[in-house]
Unconditional design. Sequence first.
Lengths: 309, 290
Amino acid sequence: MSIASLALRRLFTAVPTLFIIITAAFFMMRAAPGGPFDSERALLPEIEANIKAAYDLDKPLVDQYFIYLKRVVRGDFGPSYKFKDFTVNELIATGFPTSLKLGGAAIILALALGVSLGTAAALRQNSLTDHVVMTAAMTGIAVPNFVMAPLMALIFGIYLKLLPVAGWEEGTIKDMVLPVIALTLPYTAYIARLTRGSMIEVLHTNYVRTARAKGLPERRIIIRHALPAAILPVVSFLGPATAGIITGSVVIEQIFQVPGIGRYFVQGALNRDYTLVMGVVIFYAALIMLFNLIVDLVYAFLDPRVRYK
Amino acid sequence: MTAAVEQVAGRSLWQDAQHRLRRNRAAVIALMLIIGITALSIVGPWAAPHPYDTLNYDFIAIAPNLAHGFFLGTDAVGRDLFVRILYGVRISLMVALAATTVSLTIGIVYGAVAGYVGGRLDEAMMRVVDVLYSLPFMFFVIILMVVFGRNIILMFLALGAVEWLTMARIVRGQAMSLKNREFIEAAIAAGARTPTIIRRHIIPNLLGPVVVYVTLTIPQVILVESFLSFLGLGVQEPLTSLGVLISEGADEMETAPWMLIFPAATLAVLLFSFNFLGDGVRDALDPKDR
């Protein structure tokens, strides 16, 4: 199967999945007891009717669903219920560059650091390096980022005064250090574990032995021969890792007061801002699926067995 | 000679696993910690000098103080942190138990049917799992919590409903390999019907991998519950959870660091223990990985 037809097939499953997400999110929101405007003071019936008409809430549910669906297909998530005068698109557009910077840095760091640490541990199996890396990895996996983040802020921000406790002024490096590390730690840890496991396996294969027999330098054997095969499980982990980093960024942005999409999402969730929550969920879902698609293609590119199956 | 052979032959898979688990020091310590923490969370609040929800305005955010019986200090409205942490542990363990049971039930039945029946049905059922897998589930749980208020029972169900996917895949794989074994053939030859075979022969035989996955699901569920509570979408006042306590502690960490450190440490120890126990059980039950 060529890479193009693989991509096409994935797109065919992505569209119905996205449709299911939109539908499920819409009807779950509408099944809620109480509307988004309930908490405000009692309104005159005429005004309430006007508001409802403005948000299409006076129409039958099925009609509302199709109105929403049509809008979403055009890429319009509608007005936010609680951030007055803002559309959901505007809020997402404001927060996205920041979230992208945070999440992108976290993924790149997780890959670079995880793969090198895992390789180092695999090369010196059962050495001190190996034990230190694997213990650190266990800590990174077991301790969630919302525990790690405030503790790191306490130690490096308050006690040692090395880094800002929170805040994000145009995203300077100093502001980024703690949030990015807190976000990336579990994934760095997991990638290190994955790389170590597969690297140990690959180093025992015949073609690596052949490369050694040819007298190639160790560096070259590892980088050119072993790594491309050892990295495959890491590549397939990148899909779930992105989803996890996106979810994690919600909490990290909250803790470090980073003005990204995640903060709007939490505020929207606490305020029952339905359009905002739905918009962000659909946006994230599309993003995760897009990334999964890219990961699948990269995997097919790296592993010929997938292409010729 | 004969006696020795008999002894070796007499050990079942489970006895073997138990023996191996006992030799794994990390797993044994983890298990003892879990039992200790569980016992303390049950007995502790009842024996402690202060109830979990009494506001003590004379003792606002004080450091650990043995003289007044605040072993781990108090929070921003003077409630005893020790007892509140134990309540948080209770919630975590309850969520773990309930959500794991839900995911276990759905996952085993779904996976066993798909794996044993096979063919078109299997393909369709696994396609559904694939689609569900690619959904950002955490966000759906958040929507559920937003929509239906922060209801604990609902959270149990929602978390269980999220975690069953992997279980279903594992069980399906096992069921497929069990399907061709002689004892299943014998059951078919004896005239047993498919539901009976699944219930009596397939499910009991795939317990091994399931047990392993359960011990690894528990910390997962605990983590998700704390995550939701941390964001303010989980357990609500005056009840508390480790996630809520950590979030409150993070707000006060400059003046009252114990409010952050003790709940964070408790959650970390709990998660560590379950992870180590899970790894130990896996090593014990899966001789391939030894």
